[in-house]
Write a protein of this length. Sequence first.
Length: 147
Amino acid sequence: MQGERLRGSLGNATVRLFRLVNRAHNRAIAAHGVSAEQAHILAVLWELGPITMGQLQRQVALSSGTLTGAIDRMEAQGMVRRVASPDDHRAFVIEPRVPARKRAQIEATIDDTERALWSGLTAAERKELLRLMDRAIAALEPAAAAR
């Protein structure tokens, strides 16, 4: 049983929640030959389209080294490719390269897993939790960007 200090810690609860959600996503998505981190990167690219590494880094909140390593592995597997940016010739944009059928399978697995993971909350509770998480993220992003 957790002590009072741990039970009252938003940081501890957030880390535990992340680990549990990430573990469930990794288990579910493994059948498609990708990790939860790779699926998250792909989902961002599918939603936003080709974007620079800097933009992708802000979206997925990974360090530049971790993201570069992930993109290197994904590029070697043919999941993404780097293309010269039309706006800045010093930069590259990252494009998803997953075939449509595999994309549909990955997205369906993500959706099914999301429904299962959050089934203990009502629709209103999920909406409120997301609203609060968005507020917390918005408050934390400037400090993270300054580093």
